[in-house]
Design a protein around this ligand. Structure first.
Ligand SMILES: C[S@@+](CC[C@H](N)C(=O)[O-])C[C@H]1O[C@@H](n2cnc3c(N)ncnc32)[C@H](O)[C@@H]1O
Length: 214
């Protein structure tokens, strides 16, 4: 028997080569229920990722000043769309490198009646975008150096009272990421630690929020 060829597709490929096989998953939160179409070649196509769900359950509450929300690495959209449903007055930027995931995210926003989501590739982000809350289940698998560059780029886009909210698996380096962020001068708080995940709040040390992130 010929050895099986491993699927070379990564969820963070810009143009995944895996054949399409769409399916539907449900995001069920106490306050939001969404039906989302997923596909091969996108992150966690079979079910909502447990870390993503934890971030949405235990992340910070919205405050009236949060006008610009970003989901960095939006995939097919569970975080961006939940934020959009929870905060109809906010503008949610769903930033995603994977074209197939972007198309799904946009379709899922429309299918769920969410008009306040802007799905964009990293290249389409305006250079002067100022972010109130950055939410992310970040792409750890792109490698440490690339991840650090990506987070540095986005943390610099936080406004004076802005903050970032990350979920990272412990065994994928959550604690070393925490230390690295502090070594770069960011104020980091561990919001929670449940199952195999850490939730990290990140803000500039000058920010009032870094002392009292909601
Ligand atoms: C861990 S997945 C999370 C996906 C989705 N937010 C979820 O919770 O299901 C990280 C996502 O980041 C995307 N990504 C990787 N590099 C990126 C970059 N430079 N800019 C934006 N998104 C990126 C990947 O394609 C992937 O969809």
């Amino acid at each position: 028997m010929a050895p099986s060829t491993p699927d070379p597709t990564h969820y963070f490929d810009a143009e995944p080569s895996a054949d399409s096989a769409e399916q539907t998953v449900e995001l069920v939160l106490p306050d939001v229920q969404l039906e989302l179409t997923t596909d091969r070649g996108t992150f966690s196509a079979d079910r909502i990722d447990a870390g993503t769900k934890l971030l949405l359950l235990d992340g910070p509450p919205h405050t009236p000043a949060d006008d610009v929300l970003v989901d960095l690495g939006a995939g097919y959209g569970p975080i961006a769309l939940a934020l959009a449903a929870r905060n109809p007055g906010a503008e949610v930027w769903a930033v995603e490198i994977n074209k197939r995931a972007r198309a799904l995210c946009a379709r899922n926003a429309t299918a769920n009646g969410l008009a306040n989501v802007r799905v964009v590739s990293p290249d389409e982000v305006p250079a002067d975008l100022v972010v109130d809350r950055l939410w992310s289940n970040p792409p750890i698998r792109i490698g440490k150096a690339a991840l650090h560059d990506l987070l540095s780029l986005w943390l610099e886009r936080l406004g004076p009272t802005g903050s970032a909210h990350l979920v990272v698996q412990k065994h994928l380096g959550a604690d070393s990421l925490h230390r690295w962020l502090e070594s770069e001068g960011w104020a980091v708080k561990r919001r929670g630690s449940r199952k195999s995940f850490r939730l990290l709040d990140v803000a500039s040390p000058e920010s009032e929020l870094s002392r009292n992130i909601p």
